[in-house]
Design a binder for this molecule. Structure first.
Ligand code: SIN
Length: 338
């Protein structure tokens, strides 16, 4: 449902899709620590930032009201449809999505792969609930709207704005449990900076996205099950076997170092690949890329390397990729293109 639109014809129209998260969180007690994510409506968030009225005519739509730990493929699809509808509206300049920070990088990357538009689509969250001392949500929201209505944001794919920084959805990762500077883009760096609504872009993103992406937002039931298995010293094969037994069509390994695995786990992955399960090697390190055939013979085992994608993003691309092919070589091409 749309509501809350302000009416001056001179400012750009901005569609704001709300999903919940800490940016809409309210503290539950007097101690200042516990809070409930998604407790506040988007109208309450907007009321905290009256300066937005000078930037845009904001029209709001509450798509979900959840902490992003509960984000899933069903909500992704609904969000993708609503973002696409907003982007397809000729009167709308850009889209902002309020979202919890926990899984923002996955949602952002999913939208980056399935929403067909050159218009800006910007995800924004906060690390402190709206009722906290020095809440970061209002400035983040102001900056996100400024990014979404700026002509220079067009064609850059889905963006994430927080802490005066602009990140590409493909690059960004949450790296800290509680601090406001949690978002980093460890491999290719920031898309740009934003200070009190003033933008400074550093460069374009390099991989296929949005209008140039071949993927479509499928129903949750059409997306195959892909599990992430976290590697560690002393790891056996049990969790890999369990994922295969549970019906996983794809496995992403959060490998040690350069996407490595202990021998028993590696053998289980090779058996899974032979049985037709797509196995993608990523890394638990949080930076760098996993190349093919370094310490693991990917060619012989039929594995795919995640390149720069962290495990949670590799899972998103693998789910979409498996809707087109199960062939490791063809999947590897997707991991080089996207
Ligand atoms: C969430 O992801 O919904 C909770 C944490 C946050 O938004 O920072």
């Amino acid at each position: 449902m749309l509501g809350g639109m302000q009416t001056s014809p001179t400012r750009p129209r901005l569609r704001l899709l709300a999903t919940g998260g800490t940016i809409a969180g309210a503290q539950t007690g007097g101690g200042g620590r516990g809070y409930t994510a998604g407790a506040l409506s988007i109208e309450a968030l907007l009321a905290a930032v009256p300066q937005l009225a000078a930037l845009a005519q904001v029209e709001v739509e509450q798509v979900a009201r959840i902490g992003s730990q509960d984000m899933n493929e069903t909500v992704w699809r609904r969000l993708a449809q609503r973002a696409q509808a907003a982007a397809d509206d000729p009167a709308v300049t850009g889209v902002v999505i309020t979202h919890g920070t926990d899984t923002m990088e996955e949602t952002g990357y999913f939208l980056n792969l399935v929403v067909k538009t050159a218009k800006p689509v910007v995800l924004v969250g906060a690390m402190r609930p709206a009722t906290a001392i020095s809440a970061d949500g209002p400035m983040n929201l102001y900056n996100a709207v400024a990014v979404a209505v700026a002509p220079e944001s067009a064609g850059r794919g889905v963006l994430v704005v927080a802490n005066d920084e602009i990140h590409f959805a493909r690059e960004v990762a949450k790296t800290n449990t509680t601090q406001v500077g949690t978002f980093k883009s460890p491999n290719r760096g920031l898309a740009g900076l934003i200070h009190s609504g003033r933008l400074h872009y550093f460069g374009p993103t390099v991989r296929r996205h949005t209008a140039a992406s071949a993927f479509a937002p499928l129903a949750a039931e059409d997306l195959p099950r892909v599990d992430i298995v976290y590697a560690h010293a002393g790891m056996g094969r049990e969790l890999i076997d369990a994922a295969v037994r549970a019906g996983a069509r794809g496995l992403v390994i959060a490998g040690v170092g350069d996407g490595n695995l202990p021998a028993a786990a590696l053998a289980a992955c090779a058996e899974a690949a032979k049985a037709g399960v797509a196995v993608v090697r990523s890394s638990r390190t949080g930076g760098g890329l996993v190349e093919r055939n370094i310490e693991v013979d990917d060619d012989a085992a039929g594995f795919v390397s995640a390149e720069e994608l962290n495990p949670q993003k590799a899972r998103v691309l693998l789910m979409l990729g498996l809707t087109r092919t199960r062939e490791p070589a063809a999947l590897q091409v997707l991991f080089r293109e996207y």
